[in-house]
Structure formats: C-alpha cells, structure tokens
Write a protein that binds this ligand. Structure first.
Ligand code: ADP
Ligand code: MG
Length: 926
C-alpha cells in the first residue's frame, strides 16, 4: 500500500487532512455539507421481510390452503357464488392478518430506532450530544469510559484510555490507546493503538479524537454483513402461545373430523360436510393469536415510551409484571441529581453557602458572618482544588426572544451544567466566591487525570503552572482520608493525627445526617523529581483540605411511586455508592424505610459475609450504602435465590454485569453509559424512579390484556366448534352454513379482539401482588372461564337453533330461518362476551363504554351482521333471511344467558372473596 494510513500520520497531519481545529471542531454548516456528501454514519441493514412476503405468508397456512382447494373443487362443480365469496373472505382474512403483522413489525422497528446511540461531539467550539449517525469525518468527539466508539477515530488526546475490541480483533483483554503515530506498514488492527474503531468499547479513561471514517467505510462496516445478528425477539409468552397454537390446531382438526364423520353418518351429503368441516377448522384455529399478541406488546411498548420507559428487549415486558423487588440507584434516580453545595468544613470551621441551584450568585457565611475568601487561604485552597479537579462546565443559556423575563425563577433555570452534577456544584461554589473556572484554566494546564469511578470513589488530576505541578483530588471522605498524611490546619500543613482525622469524620457524619452528599478535597504539590509513571502513587501522601456538603433534593414523584409499589406488593431497595448516613436520611424522607428501623447494610459489611449469610437477611434490607458495582451483582443473585423477580438499575460500565443478571435490567437514558444501556432490558429516558413503576404498571396491563383477548378468542372458538359438534352428534342439520362460519371468524374474531388488546387496565391493577414468574397464562381461573363460557355459548346457540326448527328440520325454508337465528345468536353472544372479558370479575364491574375502540369494533361488527341479514343482494350469498321480532327476542335472550349466568356466578363468588381478603394481608414483605 503506497497511501499513508491514518495511524502513520501525526495528530497534526490527521487534523490538517480533515481541515478541522481540535478545539473548535467542525462548524455546523461544514458538518451538514459533509453529511450530505458522504452519507450518514450507519451500517446499512439488510431488510428483513418485505411486505409482499409478509402478505403471501398469510396464505401459506395449511388449513387455508385446504380451504382454497375445497373452494376450487366447489367452483369446478358450478357453485360459483360460494367459491367467489369464500375466496373473498380468505382474501380479507389474509389482508387483516397482513395489516396486523405489518403494524407489529413496524412498531418493533421504531423501537430499535429509539435505542440508537448518541455521542459527544465538539462543533463550533461547543460540546453537543448528537445521534452517532450524524457524525462526519473530521468531527472531534469526546469519549469516556463506558462509551461505544461511534465511528473509526484517530485519538488526539488520551487519559488512561483502554478499549475492548474483541468484536473486531478477537482479543478479549482491553488494549491501551495512545496518540503517537506508528511508523511501520501493514499494522494489524489490534496494534493500531492510536485508532479507535466503531462499535468497540471504551473500558477506562477519557479521550478526544477525530473521526476518520464513518458508516460502511469503517472497519466494522467491512464486516457488517457478518455480524448482522437480527436477534429474534420472541417473548416466552409468544413462544408458549405458538406451542399452544399447535395443540389447538390438532384439537380443532380432530373435532372437525369427528363433526364431518358424524354428519355423514347422520345422512348429510359428504361434499357439503367436507366444505363445512374445512370452514370450521379455519374458523376454530386461532391463527390471529400470535399477531394480536405482538400488537398488544408493541402498542403497550409505545405507551411505555410516552411514559419515558424505552423497552429494549420485548420479553421483558412480560417479566415487568412479575417484578417483586426494585433495586434502585439513589443519585439521579430517586433524587434530582441537581447538586448544590450548602455546607463546607475547612480547618475545623463549619461554613454555610447561600444560593439556589446552579445560579452562581451566593455567599459563604460562618455563623452568620460573611466570609471574605481572599483573606481565608484554607478556604481559597479548598475552592481552587475543587474547581481544578473537575470535568464539568457551567453555562448560561442564551435568551430566546419568546421567553418572558423578570421572574427570578426563570432566571435561575437558565444556568446549566454540562458534565457530572457533583462536579458542577463545585464549579458553581467556586464562582460564588470569585474563583472562576476559566481564570484557573488560564493559570494551570492539566497534564494528567485519574478519572472517577464508582469503585475508587474518587478522582484526581495533575496540573502544572509557573509555580510547579500539583495533584488535586476529591472523593468520598472515608476513602480519601486513607490517602491523606497531612492536613491543612490553621493555615499550615501539619501531620494528620488520629484526633484530627476523627474531627473530620464527625464533621462528615454531621453533614451526612442532614442528607448531604459529602465530597472531601485534598491536594499535594509535586517536586520536580517526582515521576508521574505510577498512577497509584500519585494519590498518596495527600494534604487534606476540607469537606463540601451538597444537597440533592429527592424527586417529587418518587414518594408516591414508592407507596404505590408497596401497595402492589413490590419492595423498593436503595443501592448507592454514597455514605450510609446520607443514604438513610434520604431513604427516610422518601418513606422507603419502615417507621421503626429498617435494615441498612454497607458495602464493607457485604464484603464480610458469605453468600449463604447474605441470603438470610437480604430480604430485610432497605438500603445498601457505600457499595461498589460488584456488590450489586451479589445482591441481585441473592434476591433471585430467594425467589424474587428483580429489577435493577445501573449507569456505569461496571454495573453491566448486575444489569444483565437482573430479571429486568434498567439503564439510565441520560446519565447511563452505552454499555449499561446495551446490557439493559429497559432504559429510563428521564432517569426517574417513577418511570420504573409506570413501566411495571404497563407491563401488568399488557399481560392482562393478552389474557383478555385469549379468553375472548378461545371461548368464541370453543362455542363455534361445540355448536357444530353437538348438532352433528345429535343428528341435527348444520346450524351454520360454511360461509356463515367463515364470516363469524372474520368479523367477530378480528376487530373486537384487537380492541381488547388496547383495553384500559382495571383500577386495582396496582393493588394486587405481582404475578408469579412461572404462572401459566390460563392461571387464575382463565382456563375454566374459557371452557365454561365456550360451552354456554355453544349450548345457547344450539338451543336457539333447535327451538327455531319447530321440529321441521326437513323443510328448507324453516332450516334457513333457523340457521339465521343461530348465526345471529352466535355473533351476538360473542359480542356481548367481549365486554365480559374486560374484567376478571363481572361485566358490571366496569364502564361499558370506556374502551372506545371496543365499542366501535362491536358496533361495526353488528352493522356488518345486519347487512348480511338484511341487504337483499347479500342474503342469497350468506344464506340468510330477515328475522322477525319474536325471533330477535329469542336471539337476544339466548345470546345474553351466558353473560347473565356467569355474571351472577362471579358476583356471589366475589362477595365471598372480598369478605375473606379483608383479614389476609396484601403484601408479604416484612
Ligand atoms: P451514587 O451514584 O450512588 O451516589 P457514586 O458511585 O456515583 O454513588 O459515588 C460514590 C461516592 O463517590 C459519592 O458518595 C461521592 O463521595 C464520590 N463521588 C461521586 N462523584 C464524584 C466525583 N465526580 N468526583 C469525586 N468523587 C465523587
Ligand atoms: Mg453516581
């Protein structure tokens, strides 16, 4: 290869080649132009199923093929009208199935779009969060641990960068990355250490890089075809229903054959019985079931999106309804993650800070007296180190003309922090005292960084200035204290004695009791001779400066959400890296802890116990404090061993194993890393705990809706088969002609069932215990309801038919009337039954008109039935006649009996039950 590769060039050359300034990035205009020219940064996906294939698939069904064959025969025998109508009905059935499946497919696709990755890019001198697909060559991107590399990039600045590239190179250990150019030819991918590749994972460190290749031009693009794993997202329920479908087909065919034989034995013409049998089989097989389940799932998922919960793995929708424990992060999920420093402790003195949110207006007081920072060197040091050891920036949002000015509130909301809110609070604190980030950045330049992570619970940077180099550290006080040998006390650096340490710890404890998140600050001046080679030595022998305490107000909605969970038999557990006392104070204010006590366990205590010991008390714990990510995995596993279905949140790289292991892994949409999102089943687009509860509510509702239409469809089918079966066994004529059977299948089973799939949840949905994870779909009497209702529908339809025959079954005119009666009865009975299916109790339990789509579906089915019976041109096709008043009375009574009987049954049962349930406690948690 003669052309020089990106890894062979220096960073300057790469930047020059892309005509980009590393600080300002590309301009928006330039980026837009390049995007137009070179296309978006996406791997082109092969289209899965074309709509045409999907449509043709509808007619592949075995029984449909048999029916078409039979129709062909009847067409050849001269029954043109029959043949054409049957073909039309089959067509309409196919189109309906196609619409259902196409809609399902499309909603699934839309979901994929939603979880598309974002990336941080510098454009026009500012950092922006944009969809990764909008990246162009020349863009400057900022990457940190947990990110997926969004395109092929050349690094221009790295701090302790490691990337895991196994997807490309097969090498499972992370490789360290740097910015130097390589000078050999033909360097294998795994050794191109100054390049980052699309789709690989940053496991540690931070970096700035310039995009060199996008989309299909990337290394990943070259092998895109190989790795396109279109993972099928079949849920356990869908899987079970598919198997159930097979059983039902066998049963339906078996019964049909018996119907046909019985009919022939009793003297029905074999040809007519054949057509009737095939039609019955087509009607009785619930071929629409899988598609309706998919639609119910997909529409439910869309409702969840409206409530800010993005489902990444469809099966988890079902699991959601079974969740019995939610393990939630504290910071940002239970709280707002809008930090404000309100207290300081430095050199033995407690200080108060005024001001609101990120608005940098405020003062520092000591017992009511204003402090002049320029005269307090220790305080000045505290502020300086806090601002230097910091990756957040403070911005004032520009006014847009439409906004009304004047109100203080609105003014305050215009300050915003980019980066970690904990860091941001410290920048704001500095600004309040006149120690500005920008001014400090002019004086000091950063030469190294040891990034924050939840395991170490601290971060450090090395800065250099004309006075020399300095290590600036901040972190959890208990952790940081271990690294400190000196303390700043009475303006001097003195050895950190045990007495002084205990003073710091009790100050820390006092702040934590007030629900403050406490960050300790320390520093060290480096000698010229100090080497920077070993990171671990960098944070030794630090000089402790002081403590900063920040409030992080609980989210307002969370209290209610937690009590909702309690009523729903779901326990909420707080898991946090924060200090035990802070965690407890916040848990109390949220009502997570029982009035007297509630067990709180620290990470250190967790480390000390075995898994067996943990199992003994894990169900009693409400707060896990100062934990590391690997503790989360142990907690999940332990709860699962106790038989719980666990929902677990997480945001960092190290949280991924716990998220994966949980039954419902939940990632944060805003603060979460790409890795945690990829491991998760659910992403909260607002990072909010209440969204989890909303998702669980939807999950329960979706499952119940699926049960509703399974109940409806199967009971209807049982009714249809039994009507025919009993008639044939009893030697009666056909109660329904084939076309009527097909019509019932198309009209009553189609729209009303779909409308049940989007039914509103019952009011007490969140007052029941979670359903067992292994619960059968027919549990809680559903199977019984289906069979008993099916039998009632069948018997009543047949009864109406029999009465209308008046013993003159051989008179064709009487027979046609009687068939019209049974047709109308069957349809009406099903259309009444559909309202029953909305409630697990009785039809009278709910507002009949609440589900508008159901009312519309039922009305249109009714109209279609009347059309078939009353439009003169349709009568000969459907073998119907217009019924008289007395016949209608018979139809309505017969169709209403099942609902009436079952209603009475459930009311008496319901009374007994409600008396019982008062004494039994609803929630089983201690
Ligand atoms: P959580 O998100 O549950 O509050 P983290 O793992 O983020 O827990 O933080 C654990 C501890 O690490 C905090 O209590 C705090 O003391 C410290 N800490 C958090 N963020 C930072 C940061 N940006 N720099 C230094 N220390 C931090
Ligand atoms: Mg955190």
């Amino acid at each position: 290869m003669s052309q020089r590769q990106w890894y062979q060039m220096s960073t300057e050359e790469v930047l020059l080649a892309h005509e980009v300034d590393p600080v300002r990035g590309l301009s928006w205009d330039e980026a837009t132009d390049r995007l137009k020219q070179n296309g978006s940064n996406e791997l082109i996906e092969k289209r899965s199923v074309s709509p045409l294939t999907l449509l043709l698939n509808q007619f592949k069904d075995f029984m449909v093929l048999v029916l078409m064959g039979a129709t062909l025969i009847s067409g050849l025998l001269g029954e043109y009208l029959d043949a054409i109508t049957i073909v039309l009905i089959i067509m309409m059935n196919g189109v309906l199935g196609f619409i259902q499946e196409f809609r399902a497919e499309r909603s699934l696709r839309a979901l994929k779009e939603l979880s598309a990755p974002f990336t941080n890019v510098v454009r026009d001198g500012e950092m922006h969060h944009i969809p990764a697909r909008e990246l162009v060559a020349g863009d400057i991107v900022v990457l940190e641990s947990g990110d997926r590399v969004p395109a092929d990039v050349r690094f221009i600045e790295t701090y302790g960068m490691y990337a895991e590239e196994s997807a490309l190179t097969g090498e499972s250990l992370p490789t360290s990355k740097f910015t130097d150019s390589l000078h050999t030819n033909e360097v294998p991918l795994g050794d191109q250490k100054n390049l980052g590749f699309m789709g690989t994972l940053i496991t540690r460190g931070t970096a700035k890089a310039v995009v060199v290749r996008t989309g299909m031009a990337t290394e990943m693009g070259k092998i895109a075809d190989l790795i396109q794993n279109t993972e099928s997202q079949e849920t356990p329920l869908q899987h079970r229903l598919e198997q159930l479908g097979k059983i039902l087909i066998a049963v339906a065919i078996g019964l049909t054959i018996m119907v046909v034989i019985a009919g022939i034995v009793h003297g029905q013409p074999p040809y007519a019985m054949f057509i009737a049998g095939v039609s019955l089989a087509v009607a009785a097989i619930p071929e629409g079931l899988p598609a309706i389940v998919t639609i119910a799932l997909a529409l439910g998922v869309q409702r969840m999106i409206k409530r800010k919960a993005i489902v990444r793995k469809l099966p988890s929708v079902e699991t959601l309804g079974c969740a019995s424990v939610i393990c939630s992060d504290k910071t940002g999920t239970l709280t707002q993650n809008k930090m404000t420093v309100t207290h300081l402790w430095v050199g033995g003195q407690s200080l108060d800070v005024t001001g609101d949110g990120y608005d940098p207006r405020g003062q520092i007081y000591s017992s009511g007296a204003l402090i002049d920072v320029s005269k307090n060197t220790m305080l000045a040091k505290l502020l300086e180190v806090s601002v230097l050891c910091n990756n957040a920036t403070l911005h004032q949002q520009e006014h847009d003309g439409k906004r009304k000015k004047g109100k203080d509130e609105e003014f305050a909301s215009e300050w915003l922090v980019k980066g970690d809110p904990t860091d941001g609070a410290l920048v704001v604190l500095g600004a309040k005292a006149g120690i500005y980030q920008q001014a400090l950045e002019g004086q000091y330049s950063r030469i190294h960084e040891v990034p924050f992570d939840s395991d170490r619970k601290r971060m450090s940077v090395v800065v250099s200035s004309s006075q020399g180099r300095m290590v600036c550290s901040k972190g959890a006080p208990d952790v940081l204290l271990e690294q400190c040998s000196y303390v700043l006390w009475e303006d001097k650096i003195i050895p950190f004695t045990a007495t002084l340490k205990s003073k710091v710890l009790s100050a820390n404890e006092a702040m934590a009791r007030n629900a403050l998140r406490v960050i300790g600050i320390a520093y060290r001046d480096l000698k010229i001779t100090d080497q920077l080679t070993d990171e671990s030595e960098l944070e030794d022998c630090l000089v402790f400066v002081g403590l900063t305490g920040m409030i992080d107000p609980p989210r307002r909605e969370v209290r209610d959400a937690i009590s909702k969970c309690r009523k729903a038999g779901i326990k909420t557990v707080m898991i946090t890296g924060d200090h035990q006392t802070t965690a407890e104070a916040i848990a109390r204010s949220l009502g997570m802890l029982p009035q007297n006590g509630g067990m709180i366990v620290s990470g250190a205590e967790l480390t000390a116990v075995t898994d067996e010991a943990l199992d003994k008390f894990v169900e009693d714990v409400y707060v896990f404090a100062r934990v590391s990510p690997e503790h989360k995995l142990r907690i999940v596993k332990s709860l699962q061993r106790k038989g719980h279905v666990v929902a677990m949140t997480g945001d960092g790289v190290n949280d991924a194993p716990a998220i994966k292991a949980a039954d419902i892994g939940i990632a944060m949409g805003i603060s979460g890393t790409d890795v945690s999102k990829e491991a998760s089943a659910l992403v909260l687009s607002d990072d909010n705990f209440s969204t989890i509860v909303a998702a669980i509510e939807e999950g329960r509702g979706i499952y119940e809706n699926i049960r509703k239409f399974i109940r409806y469809l199967l009971a209807s089918n049982v009714g249809e088969i039994l009507t025919m079966f009993i008639a044939m066994m009893a030697g009666l004529p056909l109660p329904l002609v084939p076309i009527q059977i097909l019509w019932v299948n198309l009209v009553t089973d189609g729209l009303p069932a779909m409308a049940l799939g989007v039914d509103q949840a019952e009011k007490d949905l969140m007052q029941q215990k979670p359903r067992g994870a292994k619960e059968n779909i027919f549990a809680r009497r559903l199977g019984w309801k289906i069979i008993s209702r099916g039998i009632l529908i069948g018997v009543c339809t047949l009864g109406a038919f029999y009465l209308s025959l008046h013993g003159h079954a051989d008179d064709p005119e009487v027979l046609v009337r009687a068939q019209s009666v049974s047709f109308a009865t069957l349809v009406m009975a099903q259309l009444i039954h559909v309202f029953d299916c909305r409630s697990s109790r009785s039809i009278f339990h709910r507002n009949l008109f609440q589900n508008r789509s159901l009312v519309l579906a039922v009305l249109s089915s009714l109209l279609l039935m009347l059309a078939v019976m009353y439009v003169p041109d349709l009568q000969p096709i459907f073998k119907t006649v217009a019924l008289g008043f007395r016949e209608w009375c018979l139809v309505i009574v017969a169709a209403g009996i099942p609902t009436f009987l079952m209603g009475i049954g459930s009311v008496t049962r319901g009374n007994k039950k409600s008396k019982k349930s008062f004494s039994s406690p609803k929630v089983s948690f201690r």
